[in-house]
Design a binder for this molecule. Structure first.
Ligand code: BDR
Ligand code: CA
Length: 312
C-alpha cells in the first residue's frame, strides 16, 4: 500500500444519531483527508439524512462536498429505523441548517474522486447500507485499484439488531454488501460484536458533556442522550456503532483484529446475515475481511471527547 498520512477518505453515511458522531470524528481528524461525504437513505430516509449530513458538516465548519445518494437499496424497498434515531434522525436535536448539497449523484461523485486519486490510496468508509459504494464499483470496477481499504460498520458475528440474524446496514442492502465483499479489496468490519463494546451509559454521556468543547460536543452529548436504551443490553445503555469504524482509522492501537473470510447471506430468513469465518473452517475461502474483535472502550470515549471537543 502506498497511502501516506493524512489518508484520503470517502465517507458514506445515513445520519442517524451514531453517524452524526462518526462524521464529526472524521471531520476533526488530522489523520484523514476527507474528500467526499455521500449520503444514503438508510435510518430515516434520504429526505432527512441529506439535510442532517449538511447540518453536521456546517456546524463543524467543514468544507467537504456532500452529495446525495440512493434513497433505496439495490433490490427491495427502503425501511425506516426512526424508533432508534427519532423521526428527524438526530433524536430531536435541532442543528442550524447546513450549506447546500453539491449537485450530482453519489455514485458519480465517488467514481470521480477515485479517478482523481492515486492507485491503492483511498479508504472507503461506509456507515450505512452499502448501496452508494456498490453502485460506484459496479459501474466502474477498474476503480477498485484506487481503493486501499474499505471500512464498514456492518454485520454481526452473533445476533442481529434488525432480524435475529442480521444487522441493520447489512440487512438493508445485502446485495450491495456482497459487491463490496467480492471487489477484491480488503474489507474491515466493525460489527455489532465490536460496537457493543463502545457502550454508552448515562455516566459516559455526562463525561462527554463535562469535557471542554463547543457546539458540536454539546450537541453530540444531546444526540447520545436521545437514543432510547436498548432492550438488548437490559436498558442500561446503547452501543455506539458508526464512530467505531472511523476510530479504527485514527487509533488502530485501541483495537485487536483478525483476518477472516466473510460473506453475506442473500436468501431466506437469514437474509443480511454476515457469515464470518474466524478460524479458517471454510476450506479454501479467501481471507477478504478484517474482523475488529476488541475495543479499548475507555480509550475510545477519551478519543471521542478530545476530538469532538476540538470542533467549533
Ligand atoms: C447501524 O444501523 C444504523 O441504525 C446505525 O446508524 C448503524 O450504522 C447499526 O446497526
Ligand atoms: Ca449509520
Amino acid at each position: 500500500m502506498t497511502a501516506t498520512l493524512p489518508r484520503p477518505v470517502l465517507l458514506d453515511c445515513d445520519p442517524g444519531t451514531d453517524d452524526a458522531l462518526a462524521l464529526w470524528l472524521a471531520l476533526a481528524a488530522p489523520e484523514i483527508d476527507l474528500r467526499l461525504v455521500t449520503v444514503a437513505g438508510g435510518n430515516v430516509g434520504l429526505a432527512r439524512t441529506l439535510p442532517n449530513a449538511l447540518a453536521l458538516v456546517g456546524l463543524a465548519g467543514g468544507r467537504v462536498p456532500v452529495v446525495a445518494g440512493a434513497d433505496r437499496p439495490l433490490l427491495g424497498r427502503f425501511r425506516d429505523e426512526a424508533a432508534v434515531h427519532g423521526a428527524d434522525g438526530l433524536g430531536g436535536v435541532v442543528l442550524p441548517p447546513g450549506p447546500a448539497a453539491t449537485p450530482g449523484l453519489a455514485m458519480d461523485a465517488i467514481r470521480a474522486a477515485l479517478r482523481a486519486a492515486a492507485p491503492d490510496s483511498v479508504t472507503l468508509v461506509g456507515l450505512g447500507p452499502a448501496t452508494n459504494f456498490a453502485l460506484a464499483l459496479a459501474a466502474e470496477p477498474a476503480l477498485r485499484d484506487r481503493v486501499a481499504e474499505i471500512v464498514l460498520m456492518t454485520g454481526a458475528l452473533g445476533e442481529g439488531n434488525w432480524s435475529a440474524a442480521a444487522e441493520f446496514n447489512a440487512a438493508m442492502d445485502p446485495e450491495a454488501l456482497a459487491i463490496l465483499l467480492a471487489c477484491g479489496r480488503p474489507v474491515t468490519l466493525a460489527t455489532l460484536d465490536l460496537t457493543a463494546q463502545a457502550f454508552v451509559t448515562p455516566a459516559r454521556i455526562e463525561a462527554l458533556r463535562a469535557a471542554p468543547g463547543g457546539a458540536c460536543l454539546r450537541a453530540a452529548a444531546d444526540i447520545l442522550a436521545s437514543v432510547p436504551p436498548s432492550r438488548r443490553f437490559g436498558f442500561r445503555g446503547v452501543a455506539l456503532h458508526d464512530p467505531c469504524a472511523v476510530a479504527w482509522l485514527l487509533a488502530p492501537a485501541l483495537f485487536t483484529a483478525r483476518a477472516v473470510a466473510v460473506a453475506v447471506v442473500l436468501d431466506g430468513p437469514d437474509r443480511g446475515r454476515t457469515r464470518i469465518d474466524r478460524w479458517g473452517r471454510d476450506q479454501g475461502a479467501a481471507l477478504n475481511g478484517r474482523f475488529l474483535e476488541t475495543l479499548d472502550a475507555e480509550g475510545f470515549f477519551a478519543l471521542l471527547a478530545a476530538r469532538l471537543g476540538a470542533l467549533p
